[in-house]
Design a protein around this ligand. Sequence first.
Ligand SMILES: Cc1cc2nc3c(=O)[nH]c(=O)nc-3n(C[C@H](O)[C@H](O)[C@H](O)COP(=O)(O)O)c2cc1C
Length: 419
Amino acid sequence: MLKGRSILLIIGGGIAAYKSAELIRLIKKSGGGVRVILTKAGSEFVTPLTLASLSGEKVYDHLFSLTDEIEMGHIELSRVADLVVVAPATADLMAKAANGLANDLASTTLLATDKPVLMAPAMNVRMWLHAATQRNLATLRADGVTFVGPNEGDMACGEYGPGRMAEPAEILAAIDEMFGSGAIPMPAPPPVKELAPPRGPLAGKHVLITAGPTHEPIDPVRYIANRSSGKQGYALAEAARDLGARVTLVSGPVSLPPPAGVMLVRVETAREMNEAVEAALPADIAIFAAAVADWRVKAEAGQKLKKDGKAIPPLELAENPDILARIARHPSKRPALVVGFAAETEKVVEHAQAKRARKGCDIIVANDVSPGSGVMGGDRNRVHILGDAGAETLPEMDKAAVARALIARFAVTLARKES
Ligand SMILES: Cc1cc2nc3c(=O)[nH]c(=O)nc-3n(C[C@H](O)[C@H](O)[C@H](O)COP(=O)(O)O)c2cc1C
């Protein structure tokens, strides 16, 4: 329990920054207070607004901010906490701290603090194993810094090995341990506002969304893919979150930043997506916006296929699981509202209507992805919503506006179904 404890959390510029939003939630749940310093690179991955909402405190991100300096100077900021936690501790932040650099608020604070420091490193496996990082690690350990992680596993960059940031629960356990050892004295608690429970028409509801393409391996270096960018699915996740829902986003390989406050499950293949969707049930609403490959290569080659001047290798295909149809007909855990997406290149409404009947879902959102429409990978979309009540065509809008319009309608449909 962290009751009465105050933690200064420094969030560096790594993919794992999104996990720190969850860490803030866990610290608060344990009764602790959190102030956040977000580095410039960190703000590329999570927004100050999300962190301020979760921590209930202002987020500090500038060394030379007159207002901040008047409110709470950078030296004071480093002193008022009981513990400084750096998560993710990027290679850059570790290097700065090991060498006493102080050229931004985070590194200056680390140099100015007289409080214990816990670092949760997160970086690409090669960055972690690089002699420079290992040297910095040894220096920081010798300086008294405590480390949690990194863990070994699949990395966001597609590699495998040590470098994954410890999970928020593991970092919380490490914090607990540092306080539990009695090494950190108990100070007067800072005032911390309670985090307001989520509000909105989807508060208390679980919304499951799939997004992006799937990659179906041919051999270790090649795969079958499609042009889906995941933008519409990610926008739907944010819109559902903004209406108060707990959101699970099962995403194929995309180059979008993880949406804050959303549980992101990354997958590659249709079969992995199928399993992740099943694991995420039960849900109140399930929206299948991913462009799942209909087929995969029947026998994935264990080694790279060689162009050796002989016959062109035949690619025999096998059918992938039909995730939408399966969930729409789930024997025990069918979500109250199941929404499918149809990407059509001709007879858009007609084909989508047939798909709705075939798949057994409640609503189909049809979009015209014909060449020249610019929908696949683009920022705008024009959709037709086909449900029991007939078809509604929305005007062309950016994908965020389309997502807000769709989620608002789904919230109303769900409420009607439940009443
Ligand atoms: C998409 C992307 C992901 C990155 N992920 C990491 C990471 O996980 N760990 C890391 O050490 N650096 C990562 N970097 C590089 C850091 O962002 C970069 O070194 C930055 O200067 C670190 O700033 P910081 O000191 O504020 O953390 C990433 C960069 C990009 C563009």
